[in-house]
Ligand binder design. Sequence first.
Ligand SMILES: CC(C)(COP(=O)(O)OP(=O)(O)OC[C@H]1O[C@@H](n2cnc3c(N)ncnc32)[C@H](O)[C@@H]1OP(=O)(O)O)[C@@H](O)C(=O)NCCC(=O)NCCS
Length: 169
Amino acid sequence: MDLGDIIIRPWASGDETQLAENANNIKIWKNVRDRFPYPYTLKDAALWVRIASHDRSMLNLAIEYEKQAIGAIGVIFKNDVYRHTAEIGYWLGEKYWGKGIMTRAVLALTDYVFQHYEVRRIYAGLFEYNQASARVLEKAGYHLEARLAKNVTKNGKTVDELIYTKLRE
Ligand SMILES: CC(C)(COP(=O)(O)OP(=O)(O)OC[C@H]1O[C@@H](n2cnc3c(N)ncnc32)[C@H](O)[C@@H]1OP(=O)(O)O)[C@@H](O)C(=O)NCCC(=O)NCCS
């Protein structure tokens, strides 16, 4: 996906250093699942670049800006009775926050998934304190659908999870 100054594309060999540099941030880790490592080493980055494209139940993509891989965005396609549903997730290197980049990326990937897959509903689950992500989703046309009380235990605290959803028109 070419958005002009932003390109959303598969991870590629050569991205490892930029990935480790941008991902290694506790402010990112506090807002994502525990399987996302902290510290995020070059070894973690190399493993991710190797496996990111191999699972067909997911789209794992890099966000490229100024010729650098500055963040990630992806969807997980659900199965069984949830087969028309997908979950979206993303993070961005801190240097690039506040420029509207993720809003544009979420809008573009959401449209792409609705156009190219049999998906009718895309949702994101965010930790209750993540106001930046809530704002990104609102700006990208998602709406707050549910609050799952005490559904997330992160960094020693149990908090609510907010479910933001967008349906195919
Ligand atoms: C969430 C994240 C992806 C946002 O990326 P971004 O490119 O900076 O987002 P945008 O610039 O498109 O929009 C951010 C919006 O949040 C707002 N915002 C940022 N911090 C905020 C805060 N603490 N409280 C309220 N609003 C906040 C910004 O003002 C902006 O809204 P505006 O355009 O109305 O001013 C980025 O902060 C990040 O990677 N965070 C850590 C990982 C993460 O949270 N991932 C998502 C897990 S659900």
